[in-house]
Design a binder for this molecule. Structure first.
Ligand SMILES: *Cc1c(COP(=O)(O)O)cnc(C)c1O
Length: 403
């Protein structure tokens, strides 16, 4: 299929109202109508191109949504004020009480907590499964199942979902396959492999500046319209709307995503290779030692690489903490959650971004105490970074632990 997500973004054209090369920012919460009749029509959702109130939609948000839809190859998209705002509204739009969700067990901690602790309030229950095991996924399907949920590349162990296999199951049982593509924008295009709905936290690689939170739902027009419906749409009624000024900023940052992703991937692959040679237990899907290396290779858009996320086991939590503090002191990155920044970011997910997942379950997933998750930055000279990081590992004894 001739589908290049970066070219699709490049091909879009929006001009500002005075011919500006960027679209004008719609700095308004409400919109005037020349005729009272058209206000009525807009309320009823049958007035294309008219704006009513910015919780419903706004020009700046639509521009960003259309660019993200072009990237993911869906008919349209809706942007939200956070990734969790997108994920929670998708689920609440699809599911009613007594419905059932099948979710990968290795997912973002906030999504895990939402499924496990929040949705049961509405009698929506989730089975957490090993998403790489299609038999287990199929065996978990019940007559109440509505959704199969996964991340194309999972947090923090970088498991890759077999999207084609999952999509076959979803079609067979009439379920929606919802894929969180936050870790692999441009690299993986889930719709090509049958995903029905693609969500992103824009907070991460897509915005890439660590200055805002945001989210998007990319899907067909029917689903997005249902989410925005003034009478029963989750986005309209729960209200996680993105601010127009932020939407305009994210759109500008999106335009360099392809360059940034290439560099994140190139740097991460370099470090993963070198640290593996040094004897570290490195988790990176670009390494042949990664259990899902072949699967990733069979579905990715090669020019964008295997992504900027990498993890390795420092042995113990104490060693991991010591190493991260030293790397921060040497200005190799920041001890911080989140990802997709120009600087390398690192944290120990067991105690930070996956802390919503109980310790016992973390063990079953293979999430060890000493695991450090890295979002590799855009360092110009990655060999210099490698050598400095290696020194930190030698000084903290992390390399000795491995050998
Ligand atoms: C950060 C993240 C989210 C949540 O997004 P927010 O913008 O923080 O609400 C969801 N999924 C993944 C994979 C993430 O990394």
């Amino acid at each position: 299929m001739n589908f290049n997500p970066a070219d699709n973004i490049q091909d879009l054209q929006y001009f500002g109202e005075f011919g500006g090369v960027n679209p004008s920012i719609s700095d308004s919460s409400t919109y005037t109508f020349l005729a009272a009749k058209s206000m009525m029509d807009t309320f009823e959702g049958n007035s294309e191109g008219c704006y009513l109130y910015s919780r419903h939609s706004s020009p700046s948000n639509l521009y960003l949504g259309e660019a993200l839809a072009a990237m993911e190859g869906t008919e349209t998209a809706n942007v939200d004020s956070s990734g969790m705002g997108s994920i929670s509204t998708v689920i609440m739009q699809i599911c009613s009480s007594d419905d059932h969700i099948i979710s990968a067990r290795t997912i973002y901690g906030g999504t895990y907590a939402f499924f496990k602790n929040f949705m049961p309030k509405f009698r929506v229950y989730t089975s957490f499964v090993d998403i790489t095991n299609l038999e287990q996924v199929e065996a978990s399907i019940t007559e109440n199942t509505k959704v199969i949920y996964c991340e194309s590349v999972s947090n923090p162990l970088l498991e890759v979902a077999d999207l084609s296999g999952l999509s076959k199951l979803a079609k067979k049982y009439n379920l929606k396959l919802v894929v969180d593509n936050t870790f692999s924008p441009l690299s993986i295009s889930p719709v090509k492999f049958g995903a029905d709905i693609v969500v992103h936290s824009l907070t991460k690689f897509i915005n890439g500046a660590s200055d805002t939170v945001g989210g998007v739902v990319c899907a067909d027009k029917e689903f997005i319209d249902s989410c925005r419906n003034v009478n029963n749409g989750a986005n309209m009624l729960l209200g996680p709307v993105m601010d127009s000024l932020r939407a305009a900023n994210v759109l500008k940052n999106l335009r360099t995503l392809h360059i940034r992703m290439k560099k994140h991937s190139e740097n991460a692959l370099y470090l993963a290779n070198r640290f593996e040679e040094d004897g570290l237990k490195v988790i990176y899907p670009g390494l042949e030692s990664h259990p899902n290396h072949d699967l990733f290779t069979s579905i990715y858009n090669p020019e964008f690489g295997y992504g900027g996320m990498m993890a390795f086991d420092a042995g113990t939590l104490e060693k991991a903490d010591e190493l991260m503090e030293l790397m921060q002191k040497r200005n190799l990155g920041y001890l911080a959650v989140s990802l997709g920044f120009y600087k390398t970011l690192f944290n120990a997910p067991g105690t930070a971004t996956s802390s919503e997942i109980p310790m016992k379950e973390q063990k079953v997933m293979g999430l060890t105490d000493g695991l450090i998750r890295f979002s590799i930055g855009l360092d110009n000279n990655i060999e210099r970074t490698y050598l400095e990081m290696k020194k930190c590992m030698e000084e903290t004894g992390v390399l000795e632990f491995q050998l």
